[in-house]
Design a protein. Structure first.
Length: 269
């Protein structure tokens, strides 16, 4: 049985490979390792490349030390825009990060763009608009590459309406837009929801949703160990759901959906 976590972070300052080993021991077999802020600030190309190389070397290390299939998503966290006093400058750097991610993906050194998006906290109209433009930029890049984009945004349901409208403008295949930390809803306008894999949340997804992926959004933050779900939770949730008879939904979330959305092969050995 393949157990795939669609959104997993590892931090060189956190437990890093040890957390991946916990995931594997609990039954995990594949994961999408997603960019997170590693440097204190990102001012331009050199910093962006440094962060991406850090993530790719962590991915390599996990592959060396475990049997986990590791896929990577490169991007810049939308909260980074708040680090710039000049919103235009922030937007320029975030879009540059997307362009650089696109180069890595074109060279097959990474699989997807992410996470990018718009802040989940209240921001000014100006920041919201700039963030929407960054999202559009990412969707256009992904459309050209035929890859997926992992989006971080507020979790209100209207987020789907907005993202869908931007996807229409960019012309991206909507299933390739993954809304991570998705609310449990089927009203996704054709975008792909990724659901946090606590047991109660994932169970209600199985009961009410047609299509979804599961994620931990494991943060690897040793300062807040209880603040997020740990690396073992998703595999445990999956096993419980199987015992509860949700084979079909779970099988789809673990294999068919990720293969289709990310264009990856989880079944070859
Ligand atoms: Zn996020
Ligand atoms: Zn995340």
């Amino acid at each position: 049985m393949i157990i795939f976590d669609a959104h997993f972070h590892l931090d060189p300052a956190g437990r890093c490979v040890e957390a991946a080993k916990d995931f594997e021991r609990a039954g995990g077999s594949a994961l999408m390792l997603v960019s997170m802020p590693y440097l204190r600030a990102v001012r331009g190309k050199e910093d962006i490349i440094e962060e991406y190389e850090m993530l790719l070397s962590i991915a390599e290390k996990v592959r060396r030390e475990t049997h986990i299939k590791v896929f990577t998503a490169l991007g810049i966290h939308p909260a980074r825009i708040s680090e710039f006093s000049d919103v235009e400058e922030g937007k320029r750097v975030l879009e540059e990060a997307i362009d650089i991610a696109a180069d890595y993906i074109a060279e097959k050194r990474a699989c997807a763009i992410g996470e990018i998006g718009r802040p989940h906290y209240d921001v000014s109209e100006e920041v919201l608009e700039a963030s929407n433009e960054v999202i559009e930029h990412a969707f256009e890049a992904a459309k050209d590459l035929g890859c997926a984009v992992i989006v971080h945004s507020e979790s209100a349901e209207r987020t789907y309406e907005d993202l869908s409208r931007i996807a229409d403008i960019a012309g991206i295949d909507k299933k390739r837009v993954v809304k991570h930390f998705s609310p449990v809803t089927d009203d996704t306008h054709g975008l792909t929801p990724s659901i946090i894999a606590t047991h109660s949340n994932a169970r209600s997804a199985c009961e009410t949703m047609r299509k979804f992926m599961l994620e931990s959004d494991y943060m690897d933050d040793t300062n807040r160990p209880g603040a997020v779900i740990g690396p073992r939770t998703l595999p445990r949730t999956v096993k419980k759901l199987l015992e509860e008879g949700f084979e079909e939904k779970v099988g789809r979330a673990m294999t068919d959906m990720p293969e289709e959305v990310f264009g990856i092969d989880l079944q070859d050995s």
